[in-house]
Design a binder for this molecule. Sequence first.
Ligand code: GAR
Length: 190
Amino acid sequence: MIMKNIAVFASGTGSNFVAIAKACQSGVIPARLAVMVCDKPGAAVIERAKELGIDTFVFSPKDYASKAAYEQEIVKLLEAKKIDLVCLAGYMRIVGETLLQAYEGRIINIHPSLLPSFKGAHAVEDALAYGVKVYGITIHWVNADLDGGRIIAQRAFPYEGSDAGEVHRIGQKIEHELYVETIKKLLCEL
Ligand code: GAR
């Protein structure tokens, strides 16, 4: 069987990246994590990738003349690495036309709410402010509609408190499991 290549895009802490990287390295996900792409020089995820020996590329959008030029550079890298699946894991940037034209149908994202509720960058805080009693995690295809692509997997959990940190903690534990399971399933279908 030919090993598939996956890329993870991240901007922050990288706990989902670590879960995916470890699952690839232990064979739980039957794929090679060929590259981690980060748009934030200094993000903690860069150090984590180094520790795990994963090739890392840090692209700072402000170093490019346009979003298209920035994404063109990323597309070149993904093509060179023969990437089959791109997994956004806390990549806090809207995927633009250039990347979508090249990879739509091969990009997935994890989002900390039960989409289509609470799209955007502050999903947990928005859900708390609304007083919801059931939270959740969604994995979906990425298209031009922000957090609006077709849903692949969801998991819900009840929470009646008011502590955003606690919701994040419960949610992230679920994210790590759900992302690994979902990537594993998708790779069989690609
Ligand atoms: C994750 O909880 C993910 O759901 C969220 O960013 C976090 C990244 O954590 N993504 C979004 O909010 C996307 N809109 P991590 O860096 O520890 O994986």
